[in-house]
Design a protein around this ligand. Structure first.
Ligand SMILES: [Fe+2]
Length: 371
């Protein structure tokens, strides 16, 4: 596959359907609701709507997402140096237009941070706790992208990125044997880990960081429904930057490989976050993040719950987790003869179980989402 096709609903040409005759297409209303399946006789009611140009068909067209033909040159010098070299997300996963805007802003924020009085430096952070360091830089990128989508100004983005980089600062004060314990934590150990937002805020408040940054550090584990910690804040009580970092933090943590776990695929991580919209996460932030992600990038193949394997050929913007798939192998793994297309928007009993990326196509080998 050389690109991603876009699924569109377009008005039908009225002379392509005849009343009482089998429809040559699936027919939809303006909202994308299926009115009549291909092959069924066109009813008088549907024909009347078609005459009024109120009937639509699905059209598959190559998507020209804004900036899609542009690229980010990850071989550029700035991406070979820490901390940007640790970024795991690329243009095969995030819309290139947002990525292109976010990377320079993040680079500048990281530079500013490095020069801040009292900041021990990224190489110190790398040596002290590599996982927290890499996670923090990646969360900062995702948060910046969400901020851009939400229309943040440059200064607001810089504060957001700083808060995101520093969000887990308090973890540096948690004993490493607890922080990186591969087995289950005792209730006491869990309480120690849960103290990191408050510890981080206290240390950085003493160092003179602005309130906007401090609130991200203290509130990034608060949850929309009030079930988070340390203060049990809910909805609008949580600082908007902390709402953004909460989503970025969870997404990166879910997809990240660790020695004791294989990261979830971006698809599964996004589904979990979508399910938490309005419960754990701010709906506006979840919507923004969903809009910035290319769920099924070029070269992705999917395995359905039917056991069949296919290539994603089209994606509807309104239902991004339910693509159109060209089946290439049956449940026994045998190649499928002829063309078999499944539209998961219409076939709701089928779901994507896993996604595999062509890892040779990515320019960032560190991005390794496991299906
Ligand atoms: Fe945290």
């Amino acid at each position: 596959m050389n690109g991603v096709l876009k699924l569109q609903i377009v008005p039908i040409q009225v002379d392509t359907v005849l009343q009482g005759k089998p429809s040559p297409f699936d027919l939809f209303d303006q909202g994308g609701y299926l009115l009549l399946e291909k092959g069924e006789a066109v009813s008088a009611q549907v024909f009347e709507l078609a005459c009024k140009k109120e009937i639509y068909v699905v059209s598959y067209e190559w998507s020209e997402l804004a900036g899609r033909k542009q690229s980010v040159d990850f071989k550029d010098d700035q991406f070979q140096k820490a901390p940007l070299k640790h970024i795991r997300y690329n243009s095969h996963f995030i819309r290139i237009d947002y990525l292109k805007q976010a990377l320079p802003i993040l680079a500048r924020s990281l530079q500013d941070l490095e020069r801040c009085h009292g900041f021990p430096g990224f190489s110190w952070l790398d040596n002290h706790d590599r996982y927290t360091y890499i996670h923090s830089v990646n969360v900062a990128l995702l948060a910046t992208i969400i901020g851009i989508y939400l229309g943040y100004e440059i200064e607001e983005l810089t504060n957001l990125a700083s808060g995101a980089v520093l969000h887990d600062w308090g973890k540096l004060l948690v004993p490493r044997e607890i922080l990186h314990k591969p087995s289950a934590l005792s209730p006491e150990e869990f309480q120690v880990i849960k103290s990191h937002p408050v510890r981080g805020e206290q240390v950085l408040r003493d160092a003179g960081w602005p309130d906007e940054v401090l609130r991200v550090i203290r509130e990034h584990h608060e949850r929309w429904g009030g079930q988070g910690y340390p203060d049990g804040l809910r909805a609008g009580e949580i600082h908007p930057n902390a709402q953004i970092v909460a989503v970025a933090d969870v997404f990166d943590a879910l997809t990240e490989d660790r020695p004791y776990k294989v990261g979830l695929s971006p698809y599964h991580a996004l589904e979990m976050i979508l399910n938490g919209s309005g419960l754990s996460y701010a709906p506006e932030v979840v919507r923004a993040w969903r809009s910035c992600v290319l769920l099924y990038p070029e070269h992705s193949t999917v395995t359905l719950n039917s056991g069949e394997t296919g290539v994603v050929i089209a994606l509807a913007s309104d239902l991004p987790t339910r693509p159109v798939v060209r089946i290439i192998a049956d449940r026994q793994g045998r190649p499928v003869q002829g063309e078999k297309i499944i539209d998961l928007r219409k076939n709701r009993t089928l779901t994507v179980n896993s996604i595999t990326f062509d890892r040779n196509s990515g320019s960032r080998p560190e991005f390794n989402p496991s299906a």
